[in-house]
Design a protein around this ligand. Structure first.
Ligand code: NIG
Ligand code: FE
Length: 418
């Protein structure tokens, strides 16, 4: 028997309609249906429209329905850049940064990412699964139905694989879908100190083929940054990754303007992320090549760095996605509404553009814009119901989740009202 669910009488059905990334001006149009309804059958959306139309087609009886009177309904959010599987915490480091220590300095003296690498190597698989599950529960409460997760806290074959396997388990057992990214080139491990080229050789020639063979990740990412991996090293690794069939992403131009945005465009990367220091030329190239600019304002906020030029990027025709960057160092927050508020209040991105950036453009950043990220017939039934009548409450109720219910593939998986 078909398992169906209807959501009706929504004050706003914010469809974000589309099946590919929205660039530039197109980001402002949310395709809202007032007094809207939708139906999900066997996990897939089969009807979207005015409540009166949908009700006359499906009738009232025999179908489970949720009354969304005075509530806005949106697609499940896609958090397209996180590092949510890790061991240990770095609360001390947060306080060092408050007293003036610099993020890169801390990392260079063996703290930062290196300290999380140590804790992640020591953590058992079960511990990582338990922590990961809690973080996914929290993300779900913010309306996230798909999350991208990166490895990168192993920096050796065994632990990188352990992190990806943990994400594989979590994807299976948790309502939130997990898209896996291999980030073996996240930092230079201590045993390769001063030998970044050798480490790239090891990652490209030893680890990457095993990840590919076991189909443990869909994307390959690299921290392309001054003092970490150069443009040449990043290019070498990502070309090898593409050869092996991975789609590629970059942590680009975060702290120093190295030319990561240009490299992302040259390589046909799916996304380039951070981009605080991206050049005008790099931004135009990304717009031309359709590389998604994934902006992480929670990280700039937490590190007290200048924000990426989101307004300028959209005006140049880029497709911008927004994500949390949840990780134990530079941004320990899974708050989608905080990201939304920072984007609107500090980056001059409009409320509507920010919604697009968290839905259909987030979906495009994980190469799933044909399956998720909008409320269209044929897409997965991933739906968020707010406690309030308008999507404008998301940044307005700053940093606090106003998500009442989350439906994943047509199943109610979170309900704050119960
Ligand atoms: O995206 N910039 C590099 N990587 C992460 C931070 C990782 C960490 O500090 O643990 C980021 O911000
Ligand atoms: Fe990151």
């Amino acid at each position: 028997m078909k398992k169906s669910i209807m959501i009706k009488n929504a004050s706003q059905l914010v469809t974000c309609s589309g099946s590919r990334a929205k660039q530039g001006k197109a980001m402002a149009d949310l395709h809202i249906i007032e007094d809207g309804a939708l139906v999900v059958e066997n996990g897939v959306i089969t009807a979207v429209g005015k409540s009166s139309e949908v009700l006359s087609r499906f009738g009232q009886s025999g179908i489970e329905s949720i009354d969304a009177t005075a509530k806005a309904v949106l697609p499940g959010f896609v958090d397209s850049h996180t590092h949510f599987v890790f061991g240990g915490y770095r609360a001390e480091e947060f306080s060092w940064r408050l007293s003036g220590d610099d993020y890169m300095e801390i990392m260079n003296r063996g703290g930062g990412i290196a300290s999380t690498v140590k804790a992640t190597r020591e953590a058992t698989r079960e511990e990582l699964i338990a922590f990961g599950r809690k973080r996914l529960d929290s993300m779900l409460s913010f309306g996230v139905t798909t999350v991208e997760g990166k490895s990168g806290y192993g920096l050796d074959e065994e632990t990188e694989i352990k992190q990806l396997e943990v994400m594989e388990v979590l994807d299976r057992v948790h309502a939130v879908d997990v898209v896996k990214t291999f980030l073996g080139a996240h930092a230079i491990p201590l045993n390769f100190k001063g030998r970044a080229d050798h480490y790239i050789d090891y990652v490209a020639n030893t680890v990457l083929p095993k990840i590919s063979h076991r189909n443990l990740a869909e994307f390959c990412d690299v921290f392309c940054e001054k003092g970490v991996f150069s443009i040449e090293q990043s290019k070498r690794l990502l070309l090898k990754a593409k050869d092996l069939g991975f789609k590629v992403k970059l942590h680009a131009d975060e702290i120093f303007p190295l030319g990561g945005a240009e490299l992302a465009a040259d390589l046909g990367a799916i996304s380039a992320d951070h981009l605080l220091q991206a050049s005008d030329k790099g931004i135009v190239k990304m717009a031309e090549e359709g590389v998604i600019a994934t902006l992480l304002p929670g990280t700039a906020f937490s590190l007290r760095e200048p924000y990426a030029r989101g307004r300028y990027m959209i005006d140049q025709g880029c497709a911008v996605a927004l994500a949390t960057d949840l990780n134990p160092g530079s941004c320990f927050s899974e708050s989608v509404p905080l990201v939304h508020a920072l984007a609107t209040l500090s980056m001059d991105i409009t409320i509507e553009e920010a919604i697009t950036a968290l839905t259909i453009n987030g979906a495009a950043a994980v190469d799933r814009a044909d399956k998720i990220g909008s409320l269209d017939v044929g897409k997965d039934g991933d739906v968020v119901i707010l406690e309030f009548p308008s999507y404008k409450f998301i940044p307005y109720h700053t940093g606090v989740s106003c998500v009442e219910k989350v439906i994943k593939n047509g199943k109610l998986v979170f309900d704050k009202s119960r």
